[in-house]
Design a protein around this ligand. Sequence first.
Ligand SMILES: Nc1ncnc2c1ncn2[C@@H]1O[C@H](COP(=O)(O)OP(=O)(O)OP(=O)(O)O)[C@@H](O)[C@H]1O
Ligand SMILES: [Mg+2]
Length: 270
Amino acid sequence: MSALEREGAISRQAYRASGEEVALFERAFEQRLPVMLTGPTGCGKTRLVEHMGARLGRPVSTISCHDDLTSADLVGRFMVTGGDVVWNDGPLTRAIQEGAICYLDEVVEARHDSLAVLHSLTDHRRTLFLDRAGRALQAPDGFMLVCSYNPAYRSSLKELKPSFRQRFVTVALDYLQPEPEAEVLVAEAGIDGAVACRLVECASSIRHADDAFHLEPPSTRALVSAAKMIAAGSSELAAAEVCILAPLSSDGAITGALRELAVASLGAAK
Ligand SMILES: Nc1ncnc2c1ncn2[C@@H]1O[C@H](COP(=O)(O)OP(=O)(O)OP(=O)(O)O)[C@@H](O)[C@H]1O
Ligand SMILES: [Mg+2]
């Protein structure tokens, strides 16, 4: 099974929409426009891309961006193999050839010069110039570029250029409302609805208090992990401690204050 097929296999997972994002994504795909997803950690950005890949019948190829990512890492490079110099396509080039959805995760982590190669691909030209190989690759209709980042991690050093940002249909995601978020926990972990509601209430109280603590709020991902620990036999408080509270802060005073909020939501349960 190729990497693309593997990603295809996990892409059937359910996505619960929080707004119009599915329709917006579909329209952007139809119009061959690239999409930028923003939102806090664990709010469903990756899940949405997997879901849309399945919905649109396109494989998804994910590239995690980081400081050291070069344009050659995206596009490809000449390599010496058995005495011959052979061109090796990078993941972006392969995704274009396969008409895939190419998902650049945490794109804000990549350097500007590495992203410059995307400019001609994300405007009306839809063309990737493989300068070193002396080729130009026209993206087929099935190809789509999707990027994502978490605005909370942004620093002035890591701002995307306006010329890059304005190429994208930008969809801001956030955590689901309490009821659908609890339904996600039930669907993902198979826990009881009442337990799911208590976990969501616990997260909501911390999210509402997070201005005072200056923390990234607890994510749906953390809640799903807590729900899975409960499904495996943990008590609700123990699951909240290891999946929600401990990952938020290593400051004992802050964790203590958050624990009081958790106990208020979960305290009635064992
Ligand atoms: N809208 C949603 N519908 C269904 N499941 C969701 C949704 N949002 C979050 N989840 C659950 O939370 C988990 C984390 O979501 P996901 O990996 O998509 O977050 P993310 O926004 O990509 O986070 P990060 O920025 O950290 O990569 C998923 O595996 C899923 O279990
Ligand atoms: Mg993600």
